[in-house]
Design a protein around this ligand. Structure first.
Ligand code: F3S
Length: 391
């Protein structure tokens, strides 16, 4: 991969250890994936922020970078970490909260904005056709497919390196030809709710691996449904993008053809439910809720109250919580918790005694058995609310 004179100086360590290591990460990635050069980026979004998933060794690496005066060159935001500002934090060992705060402060020291959300696009929508280095898989698919921005699925370290250098290697989703569809998916059934979009994502991720699909039949899908589709697709596969509109001019001879029937979605949904027990937690907000989703939850609650033996969490960003005002208040008055900065998957649900999670998110239902050691019940929002609200 070609490096400019200035990039070579950084590579050789003339601008210090932190810049050198970041440039080396980017140069090696570029070599590995056949990039021709580095290109400037508008923004970076960094995952791997939760102490639960990160552990001690990567935290030490981050501290070393900050100590060496590493600073981000572009707008850089962070994914959810392992605690909220109060409710969850009060219930888990303070030593773990402290370790998390240290990591989060380290990011701040390097100039990142601690947005602590997996939906950074609700805070500021990326520009169409802008190049970025984002590392939250659900946000990557949403950005490429719905917002038409350009980003590879970075790992936490490569997104941080890109933020510090202000550039990313030019390969994959940054090239027009790599964004072409490689498969045509025909939906032979109409999708009725968010869980069916999630189930479709889980199914396509398994079949497609990293092949970009053009999907026929998504014309009337809402952005929230597409968010569920992309998050689920990225959970079981390496797909970074889907085409919403099927372009009749696409030459289809060499493309894989996939037909999706109702029975396929039912099968996936059944697999995402592992329990018939009463849930300990009803969790909505994976990926973090949009304002519309909060409004919808609030309107479905009516004036009911939550049951005393089931937790009710609605996860979102502090930005959306502030905007949600009276809608958020209504959820909290009914006994639910609007939780920001974290989510059920990246916090320590086991430490809170949560053994069964009910959710309308296919991504959570897919990961909770391993990451939370919890059983799952995967069902639409209306059923989630029935399970947590008193009659
Ligand atoms: Fe976001 Fe947590 Fe889901 S980080 S995408 S709510 S697993």
């Amino acid at each position: 991969m070609y490096l400019t004179k200035e990039e070579e100086r950084i590579y050789d360590g003339e601008l210090g250890w932190a810049n050198q290591i970041c440039m080396k990460i980017l140069a090696h990635l570029g070599e590995l994936f056949g990039a021709d050069k580095l290109i400037p980026i508008d923004s970076a979004h960094i995952s791997g922020v939760s102490y639960k998933t990160l552990g001690d060794a990567p935290s030490d690496f981050l501290k070393a970078l900050a100590k060496a005066n590493a600073k981000v060159q572009v707008k850089a935001t962070t994914n959810p970490h392992s605690i909220d500002k109060g409710y969850i934090c009060r219930k888990i060992p303070q030593e773990m909260c402290q370790k998390q705060r240290t990591i989060t402060k380290t990011f701040e020291k390097m100039g990142l904005k601690n947005t602590l959300t997996c939906t950074p696009y609700y805070l500021e929508k990326p520009k169409r056709n802008s190049h970025m280095a984002w590392s939250e898989s659900s946000a990557v698919v949403y950005a490429n497919s719905v917002l038409k921005a350009w980003t590879n699925r970075e790992g936490g370290p490569s997104a941080l390196a890109a933020a510090i250098i202000g550039k990313t290697p030019n390969y994959g989703m940054h090239r027009t030809e790599e964004r072409e569809p490689k498969a045509i998916v025909t939906l032979n059934t109409k999708l009725k709710n968010e869980t069916e979009f999630g189930a479709l994502g889980i199914l396509l991720g398994e079949i497609l691996d990293d092949k970009i699909p053009a999907i026929k039949g998504l014309e009337s899908a809402s952005k929230d449904d597409l968010k569920q589709l992309g998050a689920a697709m990225a959970s079981t596969g390496m797909v970074n993008m889907f085409h919403l509109h099927y372009d009749e001019s696409i030459r289809t001879e060499n493309l894989e053809k996939i037909n999706v029937e109702r029975k396929d979605l039912i099968q996936v949904s059944q697999k995402l439910t592992t329990s018939t027990k009463k849930p300990d937690l009803v969790f909505i907000g994976c990926p973090h809720c949009s304002l519309n989703e909060i409004k919808r939850i609030s309107s479905l609650i009516n004036n009911k109250k939550t049951k005393s033996d089931v937790e009710f969490w609605v996860c979102t960003s502090w930005h959306i919580k502030e905007k949600a005002g009276k809608y958020a208040d209504k959820i909290e008055k009914c006994g639910g918790h609007i939780i920001t900065d974290t989510c059920a998957v990246v916090t320590w649900t086991e430490k809170l005694g949560i053994k069964t999670i009910m959710t309308n998110s296919a991504k959570t239902a897919h990961y909770a058995p391993t990451l939370n050691k919890a059983e799952t019940i995967f069902t639409p929002l209306e059923n989630c609310l029935k399970a947590v609200l008193k009659e």
